[in-house]
Design a protein around this ligand. Structure first.
Ligand SMILES: *Cc1c(COP(=O)(O)O)cnc(C)c1O
Length: 361
């Protein structure tokens, strides 16, 4: 079988070595002669997975004791509702930073529960798109929280600054960027991420929440999205997506073996730099996002002659480079290069891009 590189934005590729391990133990996990997905989530064996995965995640992100880690269902969109439902008791003012598709979706969902201020931070100058630095965000004084998205998976635009000095509660949708770089958890009050981008299979959502936010609330969200209930039952109030949890746990171990997040961050830096350099050095491909806001996870680009996009996607697919089609709301080409994408995959894409340019440019 020829090598195939999967650039899909999500569900996205999982490290080959992790898949091999899962395959090896699929029918006989821990010598139980059963699959991990066939055992009770309340069994000692599964609780070991739950505890170990939390510990590994805490190690990787240096999560302080004063934060709870919750594993939940409903994806990131579930959290678009869960956040306001948990944190607000009546119609309150909140700030939603608008940097692209997903942050906008979060704001639209929040309108059901509160009065969100939509704060646009996108600017376009000489056809270059960039995001305002945090110091220029027009935050409302009385906003109960600020919600933002540090990596816009569809737009390929990112925020690298960490929030600091805000008086409001800070909430981040880290769906496509959690574990891709080192961050200081204490700069945030609540972080959430669906697993299927940069972590594991779809089905599980990770929430990291400052414990003090669980106190003194009178809100009554649905039990399965209620942070206090999830916390009280160690994320096992209802049956969790056990297989996704197990596999995400294997990915955490793989990340630790890679040397942790500082190491992964360097690798991601090298991969994305190579790709952006190829785009910038050509007069064939374009990306008009300012260097400081370019996503290192989702590299979105176009061919200057847009008629060639379709031929590019088709030829790339035949070449073994799959999942490169941009999201339908923006079109074009998108290479998602999460942690699991090896440098060899990016090199292969770059080689293909140069060939394609030579042929059609
Ligand atoms: C994919 C994605 C979502 C939606 O995730 P679901 O798990 O499908 O609900 C939300 N936010 C960001 C940043 C995403 O990348």
């Amino acid at each position: 079988m020829n090598v195939v590189y999967n650039f899909s934005a999500g569900p996205a590729m999982i490290p080959k070595i992790v898949l091999r391990q899962a395959k090896k133990e699929l029918q006989n996990w821990k010598q139980l002669r059963l699959s991990v997905m066939e055992i009770s989530h309340r069994s000692k064996d599964f609780i070991d997975i739950a505890e170990e995965s939390e510990k590994d995640l805490r190690d990787l992100l240096r999560i302080p004791e004063s934060y709870k880690v919750l594993f939940c269902q409903g994806g990131a969109r579930g959290q678009f509702s869960a956040v306001p439902m948990n944190l607000l008791s009546n119609s309150q003012n909140v700030d939603y930073i608008n940097s692209g598709y997903w942050s906008q979706c979060a704001e639209i969902e929040a309108r059901k529960y509160c009065i969100p201020n939509n704060i646009n931070i996108k600017t376009i100058c000489n056809n270059v798109v960039s995001l305002l630095p945090m110091s220029q965000w027009n935050i409302s004084k009385y906003a109960k929280y600020i919600h933002y998205c540090p990596n816009e998976t569809i737009d390929g635009i990112a925020i690298y600054e960490e929030p600091n000095g805000f008086k409001n509660i800070i909430i981040g949708d880290f769906s496509s960027v959690l574990l891709s770089r080192d961050i200081n958890i204490e700069n945030y009050d609540l972080i959430y991420a669906g697993a299927q981008k940069n972590i594991g299979p779809a089905g599980i959502t990770i929430i990291i929440i400052r414990e003090s936010l669980l106190r003194n609330t009178t809100s009554l969200p649905p039990s399965i999205l209620d942070y206090r209930i999830l916390s009280k039952y160690n994320s096992m109030y209802n049956t969790p997506p056990t297989f996704s949890w197990y596999l995400s746990g294997l990915v955490f171990k793989w990340l630790k073996k890679q040397g942790g997040l500082k190491k992964i961050e360097k690798k991601n830096e090298i991969k994305s730099r190579l790709l952006y350099k190829t785009i910038d050095n050509s007069n064939f491909y374009t990306n008009n996002i300012s260097a400081k806001n370019r996503s290192k996870m989702n590299v979105v680009f176009n061919i200057i002659d847009p008629k060639l996009n379709e031929i590019f996607l088709k030829t790339a697919y035949e070449y073994g480079l799959i999942g490169l089609r941009g999201h339908s709301v923006v079109g074009g080409i998108r290479a998602s290069i999460y942690n699991a994408m090896p440098l060899s995959g990016v090199r292969c894409l770059v080689e293909f891009m140069l060939h394609f340019q030579n042929r059609y440019g």
